[in-house]
Design a protein around this ligand. Structure first.
Ligand code: OSB
Ligand code: MG
Length: 367
C-alpha cells in the first residue's frame, strides 16, 4: 500500500453523564480521528488522548502536532506500507504512543479492508461476542452510586468497576457489596494513592474484589510490588503498562497479577496483542480497558477483547453507556455481551451526517 493522504478531524461529543475519576471530571469527549487514504482502501483510527494530560502525558493538541510534523511523513515515505511496518518506522520518535496507535490502527484498518479481513480474525479472536463490564465514576453520594450500579446491573453488565480515590473507597465498596451481594466487583484508583495508604487499601481485602487497578503512580513498579505482597486482593496495572516489555517487567517484579490492556496506551493493536501473549505465557489474566471511545475505537477494542487470554470482562461497554448518539451504528449490550464486528477491518464506519454534525475541525494532509 501507499499512503496518499491523512484526514485529521477533531470531534466533540457530549457524554450521557459526567464521568468523574481521581484525575478529573469529563463532561464530553474531544476526540482526534484519523482517516487514512491509501491506493488500496481507506481506514479509520481513533486517538484515545484527552484535551489535557491528566490520565497520561499525551493530550490531543500534542497528538495532532506530532502526527502532523513527525509521524505521518515517515509512514507516507514507506515504500510498501503495511500496519506491521508502522511501529518500526516510528520507533526513532520517543513516546507518543496514543498518536502512533491512531495512525497504525488507521493503516491496519485500510490494509484489512483491502483484503476483506476482519480485525478480529487478523488478531486471532476466538469469540463472536465478549462479556462486558462497566466503569462507574465517583459520585457525590452513596445513594447516587447505588442507583448507577443498580441501573448498570439491570442492563446486564456482568462486572462493575468503581472508580476510587482517597475519601471514596472503602465506604462505596462496602455499600455496593451490602446492597448487591456477590457480584463481580473491582476498583480503579488511577494512581491516586501512595505507599502511606497501604493500610487503607488493605481494608479493601475484606470485600473479595476481583482486583485493584493502578493504585500508585505509573512509574512506581516497586511500590506496586510491595503493595501486592501486603494485600490479598490482586493488583492490576493500567497506566504503568506501556509496552510488552513493561508488562514483562511488572509481572517478573510481582507488581501485578492482572493486566488491563489498552491499545492506545501501548502504541496500537499489534503491541496490545504482544502484551496479551506475554501475559498468557506467564498465566496472567488480561482484560480490555477503555478510554470512553466512540464506536470507532470501541469496534477495534471488541476485536482485541475476543482473544483467548482475555479471561476477565473488559470496559467494553455499549455505546449508550457513553453517548446518546454514537458516531457509528451503536454497539449494543445483549445478555451481558457486546458483538465483535465481523466486517472487513474494524467493521464499522462513522455515520457521515452524525460525524459532520460533531466535527469541530478538519484538515487533510497530502502525503
Ligand atoms: O483508567 O480505565 C481507566 C476512562 C478514561 C480514562 C481512563 C479510564 C477510564 C475508564 C472507563 O475507566 C473505561 C471505558 O468505559 O471506556
Ligand atoms: Mg484504569
Amino acid at each position: 500500500m501507499k499512503l496518499e493522504a491523512v484526514e485529521l478531524r477533531t470531534i466533540r461529543i457530549p457524554l450521557v453523564a459526567p464521568f468523574r475519576t481521581s484525575f478529573g471530571t469529563e463532561y464530553g469527549k474531544e476526540v482526534l480521528l484519523l482517516e487514512v487514504v491509501t491506493d488500496e482502501a481507506r481506514g479509520w483510527g481513533e486517538c484515545v488522548a484527552d484535551p489535557a494530560p491528566l490520565y497520561s502525558s499525551e493530550y490531543n493538541a500534542a497528538a495532532e502536532h506530532v502526527l502532523r510534523h513527525h509521524l505521518i511523513g515517515p509512514v507516507a515515505a514507506a515504500p510498501d506500507l503495511r500496519a506491521d511496518v508502522v511501529a518500526r518506522t516510528l520507533a526513532p520518535f520517543k513516546g507518543h504512543r496514543m498518536a502512533k496507535a491512531a495512525l497504525e490502527t488507521a493503516v491496519l484498518d485500510a490494509e484489512l479492508r483491502a483484503t476483506g479481513t476482519s480485525l478480529g480474525r487478523y488478531l486471532g479472536a476466538v469469540h463472536d461476542s465478549v462479556p462486558s463490564g462497566v466503569s462507574v465514576g465517583i459520585m457525590d453520594s452513596l445513594p447516587e452510586l447505588l442507583d448507577a450500579v443498580e441501573s448498570n446491573l439491570a442492563q446486564g453488565y456482568v462486572r462493575i468497576k468503581l472508580k476510587i480515590e482517597p475519601g471514596w473507597d472503602v465506604e462505596p465498596v462496602r455499600a455496593v457489596r451490602e446492597r448487591f451481594g456477590d457480584i463481580p466487583l473491582q476498583v480503579d484508583a488511577n494512581t491516586a494513592y501512595a505507599a502511606a495508604d497501604t493500610r487503607r487499601l488493605a481494608e479493601l481485602d475484606a470485600f473479595d474484589l476481583l482486583l485493584i487497578e493502578q493504585p500508585f503512580d505509573e512509574e512506581d513498579l516497586l511500590g506496586h510490588a510491595r503493595l501486592a505482597r501486603a494485600l490479598r486482593t490482586p493488583i492490576c496495572l493500567d497506566e504503568s503498562i506501556t509496552s510488552a516489555r513493561a508488562a514483562a517487567a511488572a509481572i517478573t517484579l510481582g507488581a501485578c497479577s492482572v493486566v488491563n490492556i489498552k491499545p492506545g496506551r501501548v502504541g496500537g493493536y499489534l503491541e496490545a496483542r504482544r502484551i496479551h501473549d506475554v501475559c498468557a505465557a506467564h498465566g496472567v489474566p488480561v482484560w480490555c480497558g477503555g478510554m470512553l471511545e466512540t464506536g470507532i475505537g470501541r469496534a477495534a477494542n471488541l476485536a482485541l477483547a475476543a482473544l483467548p487470554g482475555f479471561s476477565l470482562p473488559g470496559d467494553t461497554s455499549a455505546s449508550d453507556r457513553y453517548f446518546a448518539t454514537d458516531i457509528t451504528v451503536p454497539h449494543r449490550l445483549q445478555d451481558g455481551r457486546v458483538q465483535v464486528p465481523a466486517g472487513p477491518g474494524i467493521g464499522v464506519d462513522p455515520l457521515p451526517d452524525v460525524l459532520d454534525a460533531v466535527t469541530v475541525a478538519r484538515d487533510t494532509i497530502i502525503a
